[in-house]
Design a protein. Structure first.
Ligand SMILES: [Zn+2]
Length: 144
């Protein structure tokens, strides 16, 4: 079994729906308590049933999966991650790691979805992870 990544929006209150396919793979049911730990190196949240022993620093919080399969990241956690979204279109990538029996939440970088200059949703090239469309790339090239 390989890793699976699904992208989901996070609500203003920090609620994220964990897709049933991922929950099912780990047999995580509603009302289940899971532990959220913070990985400062990658700025991600690792969800697991057991406490992480690695170098990640525990939040000291446990989260409960609700009826619908959602968890809510408290504001202090989102503060720590910098996930108090300016752009509501920002999404979280949810990655299942079957052999570690964890689900990792990370901010999905959407630089490749629209041009940084004109905001057109077409990307031709990316420079240092910044997406630029053909028109703007040509304009920049002419200006140089
Ligand atoms: Zn452009």
């Amino acid at each position: 079994m390989s890793e699976t990544t699904i992208k989901r929006k996070m609500s203003d209150t920090g609620s994220i729906l964990l897709p049933s396919r991922l929950r099912g793979a780990l047999s995580w049911a509603a009302h289940q308590t899971i532990i959220a730990t913070y990985n400062p190196k990658s700025n991600t949240v690792v969800l697991s049933k057991e406490k992480e022993e690695s170098d990640s620093i525990p939040f000291g919080i446990s989260l409960i999966i609700d009826e619908l399969g959602c968890i809510s990241l408290p504001k202090k956690v989102r503060n720590k991650l910098g996930w108090l979204f300016v752009d509501p279109k920002d999404t979280i990538s949810i990655t299942l790691c079957p052999w570690e029996r964890t689900i990792t939440l990370a901010l999905f970088e959407k630089y490749d979805e629209k041009c940084i200059f004109c905001k057109k949703p077409e990307i031709v090239t990316s420079i240092n992870d910044i997406g630029v469309c053909r028109e703007c790339a040509e304009r920049i090239a002419r200006a140089c």
